[in-house]
Design a protein around this ligand. Structure first.
Ligand code: PMP
Length: 446
């Protein structure tokens, strides 16, 4: 017998309305088991404060959109609705617009990928592709092998599907083949079912490193031998600062790799357009899974991106992004050398992030409230592991703040690391942290 009155029961009287921001949840007993893995990170609420203008946020993975030609894009959107409005505003194909899928092939050719438009599934950002791939392959308790550390948003998806994430270390040349071999052999001996190897080979989030050209075929050979499907997540591949992109894993093995791409970092995340390229049979399952989740990706977004690729110099735009982020990377690395010589860090050749190892004995998560008080924010390393490692690391992103702000942010961070800064009650809550009604912004997850 339920202890609670049923909704609509005339004898039960009006139900009390919980005040906004209280923790009461009437449906607590009703959630599926799968939601037990869905947790807001403990640090999320802090980011509501970290997003205040006086705080230098080195936390988020938001691209800098200042260099986009907004007037031209506005005109393009107008043109799309004026000339193709009935399509743009209508439902579309579950797999995505054919013209856009052809254009995506052009983008991927820059990384040596040779595919057919039929192999491409357009998704709502590559985040949705991560969800779909996990949904069609992973049962609770299946193993996903992933780099240590790994992208926080992928770990969230894997947790939601109750996967067991097993980390494999990386170094400055990316995922370590010998460690992968050892881990897969150990899991095989233990009778564990490994469904996916999840990897971000280029300008890794959060580690900033890139899988070397020599290691790429080695990783693929190991995965093939152990019959493990590789999930190659590559939103940053075209954002190299020094050299042309390395060949994608998918370009070396079209049957053993699912490749994920995105326009979020090379153009703009607001359209929420990404894609997956998968072996034929897998592609069909992805389309079915996507249709049941969202029916179809947004036609308006796809047509806008398609028009952009058609009419604008998207290669030139990527070049501008590379220059912008290179300057910011230099500012970040220069400031770390000047202000934080007691730490060590990776020097990324592209992308958005550097991975900083704190001096011995410091805990990045414990330090975060003091950092936010000192008006600087970062993401503690523990966010990037499924198993609690990473307290001695932090991810610093250099994509969004200007070089001057980056330098100032690192200078503030140095005062926190050296213990000069004090913890004051920035939240006005008597020291208990930000209130629950503070809406956490998303980009700390990016
Ligand atoms: N993968 C990685 C490694 C990322 O860093 C991100 C965003 N930060 C995503 C996937 C998701 O990107 P989107 O959904 O915007 O394409």
């Amino acid at each position: 017998m339920s202890q609670h009155p049923l909704p609509g029961d005339p004898t039960s009287g009006p139900l009390p309305t919980p005040a906004a921001g209280t923790r009461l949840d009437r449906w607590l007993g009703s959630y599926s088991a799968r939601t037990h893995g869905m947790r807001a990170s403990e640090i999320r609420a802090l980011f509501a404060v970290a997003n205040r203008p006086e705080v230098v946020s080195l936390a988020g993975g938001m691209p800098c959109l200042d260099v986009l030609p907004l007037d031209t894009l506005a005109e393009l959107s107008r043109h799309v609705v004026a000339t193709r409005g009935a399509t743009a505003l209508q439902y579309g194909s579950g797999q995505g617009e054919e013209r856009l899928r052809e254009q995506i092939l052009e983008v991927m050719r820059l990384e040596g990928i040779d595919a057919h438009p039929d192999d491409v599934v357009v998704t709502t950002g590559s985040q949705q592709a991560l969800d779909l791939v996990t949904r069609i392959f992973v049962d609770p308790g299946d193993v996903i092998v992933a780099e240590a550390p790994s992208y926080v948003g992928a770990l969230g998806v894997f947790r939601a599907y109750e996967a067991d994430v097993v980390h494999v270390p990386l170094d400055e040349a990316g995922l370590i083949p010998a460690a992968l071999e050892e881990t897969l052999a150990r899991l095989e001996r233990a009778g564990r079912r490994v469904k996916l190897l999840y990897t971000v080979p280029n300008f890794h989030n959060p580690a900033g490193v890139t899988l070397s050209a020599e290691r790429r075929p080695q990783i693929l050979e190991i995965a093939r031998r152990h019959n493990v499907l590789v999930l190659e997540d590559n939103p940053y591949g075209l954002l190299g600062f020094e050299a042309d992109p390395l060949p994608a894993l998918r370009s070396l093995d079209d049957d053993g790799v699912i490749y994920l791409g995105s326009f979020s970092k090379t153009f703009a995340p607001g359209y929420r357009v990404g894609w997956a390229v998968a072996p034929h049979a897998v592609r069909e399952k992805l389309v079915l899974a996507s249709e049941s989740a969202i029916l179809c990706p947004s036609n308006a977004s796809q047509l806008a991106i398609s028009a952009y690729l058609e009419r604008c110099d998207w290669r030139g735009q990527i070049k501008s992004f590379r220059e912008l982020y290179r300057e910011r990377r230099d500012a970040m690395i220069g400031a770390l050398a000047e202000y934080l010589p007691s730490a060590s860090w990776t020097v990324p050749d592209g992308g958005f992030y550097t991975w900083v190892k704190l001096p011995d004995g410091l805990d990045a998560r414990a330090m975060l409230p003091r950092a936010v008080t000192a008006r600087v924010a970062y993401v503690p390393g523990t966010a990037f592991y499924a198993d609690g490692q990473g307290a001695d690391h932090m991810r610093l992103s250099f994509c969004f703040p200007t070089p001057e702000r980056i330098r100032e942010g690192v200078r503030r961070l140095a005062t926190v690391v050296s213990g000069e800064s004090e913890l004051v009650d920035l939240f006005g809550t008597g020291g208990s942290g930000p209130g629950d009604d503070v809406q956490a912004p998303g980009p700390d997850l990016a």
